[in-house]
Design a protein around this ligand. Sequence first.
Ligand code: CDV
Length: 313
Amino acid sequence: MNAHIPSRKFGLAVAQIGGIDLADSRASVVRRLLDMLREAHGRGAGFVVFPELALTTFFPRYWMPLEDVEARYFEKKMPNADVQPLFDEARRLGVGFYLGYAELTPEGKRYNTSILVDKSANIVGKYRKIHLPGHDDHKAGAPFQHLEKKYFDVGEDTWKVWNMDGIRTGMCLCNDRRWPETWRVMGLQSAELIVLGYNTPAHNIHWPEPVHLRMQSHLLSMQSGAYQNCVWAAAAGKTGFEDGFHLIGGSVIVSPAGEIVAQAATEEDEVITATIDLAMGENFRKNIFDFARHRRPEHYRLIVDRVGAGEAI
Ligand code: CDV
């Protein structure tokens, strides 16, 4: 890759899920995840990225009483009996993973959460989603709801970077990928790999956005985030149809050059893999995006001082 930076190659997999219906049990979903974990391992992967809210249907599309939502869709413990087989098999195979799920804490907080699990099946990192899209009121005229602001609390911790089996790895969730701030906070911690899961409805309930643009903005966010922060990036979607509601596909692995090196071809359960060279990010970090030499934070103050767009300064 580079005469001065030795190659560090690693097998990375993304396992997208092709839709989970309301009636599907957690156990049946975990069986699908297990099949894909084994396939990824068979194809040489040492880490697998699963989607956001990977254990259930995308329940924020339904208006329901909070007690019902907590009882049906939230995990009170991780791992729990339903998910334990995934941890056991990951340990046996020596494969780490990222998994998104709805978390209910003992204090009664509800988070849209992801965990980073190393190849010994230890949870080495936890992230609680910060950018919660949608609304908290009932949209009577909408074909479906997007109630993340009703069902989830905003995560209190910023985006962190963990040592995951020797790779500096950061996490985020779905809507976070559209915000440059997400990527930069992890880029400034010298992340080498950023992984995320998503549930992106094919239809926008706020305005008649052409469906192909939903895919374009997803890919654009992944490619620009990876390039501008010198990281490998991997995104796993929940895709296809959930009780008739359509979610986009397009699970991808993107290089620090912003190039898509693997992309799902279906809207079903599908594993994509790539052998990634972590040295590639170093080339960008030491040259075009050497932050220490080129960044000018004295001119970025408005980014943290101002939340919404306002007057010219
Ligand atoms: N689950 C998400 O965060 N979905 C959003 C939708 C609402 C646009 C996304 O950014 O993909």
